[in-house]
Design a protein around this ligand. Structure first.
Ligand SMILES: NC(=O)c1ccc[n+]([C@@H]2O[C@H](COP(=O)([O-])OP(=O)(O)OC[C@H]3O[C@@H](n4cnc5c(N)ncnc54)[C@H](O)[C@@H]3O)[C@@H](O)[C@H]2O)c1
Length: 359
């Protein structure tokens, strides 16, 4: 059942492993022997997972293992939030040969990754993502970062890890809402690049089937393959990597317009994908039937699909204009050309954007 993917970017090649029980069974020796290690843990990751990781690192002859717990909310994904990590690294005299392990969801892997990229100009990093979203998306591809002054991920670095371990056992304690958020990114990957994955997801979720462990590993694998392929060809987002932002221009504005307090990232992306699909429909690039299939799949996995009542359109447009995906003052959107194919479009007038969110 175990799966592996090789990511080959210009700056580094590394392996992504997917299996049940990997945290326990992986032989870390080649990476950790004789090293000082800091585990940056999301405080909601159960203690038994942390203890099991520490035990495995001990068996692999790590020199010293520390851990620090993070509050995981978008407000704490900030300079203030990462400061205690730098302080601990400094106090314990971590050197450039030391290792940081991110153990948590996307907030944690983004923060741990950013610290790893900047402390002593870069220390080694292992990502052990513990949410479905961070497994299929945040922990792959080397984007790290924090939020600054009300904008999402606008301070950061591209920094690839040495290894990514996706242990499906850790998903057992994940709240259903967060599992759905991860499915949003899997649906996104299917929409931009893989009609067969979309059909597989329809077959499971529209039909209301139980997701077996084997199928879970398979959809994580297929989804991660898409991200791995795209980032391997375009590490620094000069071209096709932007396609991964499908639903995100709208999504980030939904997150931003609620002062980073409202939807989770995955939920906002789910709603953003409905708007981006509506935009694709209005442009005549997908059929009404395709639009209906997309919205049905998004609804079927338990993601929100309606614009919230307290929604403020002016705040939304402002949040959108702060988004990083603005090039030369033009807002860029990723739109679909059918299910499984996406393209970059820009320069749509405000009326069309407003029509796209009128669901
Ligand atoms: N770097 C990238 O390429 C990239 C891509 C996508 C998203 N992101 C970022 O990722 C973040 C969203 O990630 P997320 O959805 O994983 O959110 P998250 O990190 O907030 O985790 C979601 C929730 O699950 C909890 N949690 C994590 N693991 C758990 C476990 N095993 N058991 C129980 N609870 C657990 C967390 O404490 C949190 O409450 C956003 O900040 C987003 O910007 C980054």
């Amino acid at each position: 059942m175990s799966k592996s993917i090789n990511i080959r970017t210009q700056s580094k090649s590394y392996e992504v492993l997917i299996d049940e029980g990997l945290i326990d069974s992986y032989d870390y020796k080649w990476l950790v022997q004789g090293k000082q290690i800091l585990i940056v843990r999301d405080k909601n990751v159960p203690n038994k997972i942390l203890e099991s990781l520490k035990k495995s690192l001990g068996k692999s002859e790590a020199y010293e293992v520390f851990h620090i717990d993070l509050e995981t909310n978008e407000k704490n994904k900030s300079f203030e939030g990462i400061m205690p990590i730098y302080t601990l690294l400094n106090e314990k005299k971590f050197n450039r040969d030391s290792l940081i392990i991110g153990l948590g969801g996307g907030i944690t892997t983004d923060m741990a990754g950013f610290v790893a990229s900047t402390y002593l100009r870069g220390v080694n990093l292992i990502q052990i993502p513990t949410t479905l979203l961070s497994q299929v998306d945040a922990a792959i591809g080397g984007k790290t970062g924090i939020n600054f002054s009300g904008s999402k991920n606008n301070v950061g670095a591209f920094y690839q890890p040495e290894l990514v371990l996706m242990d499906t056992l850790v998903l057992k304690s994940l709240p259903k809402k967060d599992f759905s958020a991860g499915l949003a990114e899997i649906i996104k990957h299917s929409l931009i690049a893989d009609n067969n994955l979309f059909l597989r997801l329809e077959n499971i979720f529209i039909e209301g089937k139980n997701l077996s462990e084997e199928e879970l590993i398979q959809i994580i694998y297929e989804s991660s393959l898409i991200k791995a392929f795209i980032v391997s060809n375009d590490e620094k987002e000069k071209g096709d990597r932007a396609l991964l932002n499908f639903g995100h221009t709208f999504g980030h504005a939904f997150e931003g317009s609620q002062s980073l307090d409202g939807f989770s990232h995955g939920e906002a992306v789910g709603l953003g994908m409905i708007c981006a699909s509506n935009l694709s429909l209005l442009l005549g690039n997908i059929s009404l039937e395709e639009y209906r299939r997309i919205t049905a799949l998004i609804k079927s996995v338990g993601l929100p699909f309606e614009i919230p009542e307290n929604f403020d359109i002016d705040e939304f447009m402002q949040a959108m204009s702060r988004d990083k995906k603005i090039l030369s003052k033009k807002l860029r959107f990723i739109t679909l050309r059918g299910i499984g194919k996406a393209e970059i479009t820009e320069n749509h007038d405000k009326e069309l954007i407003l029509k796209s969110i009128n669901l």
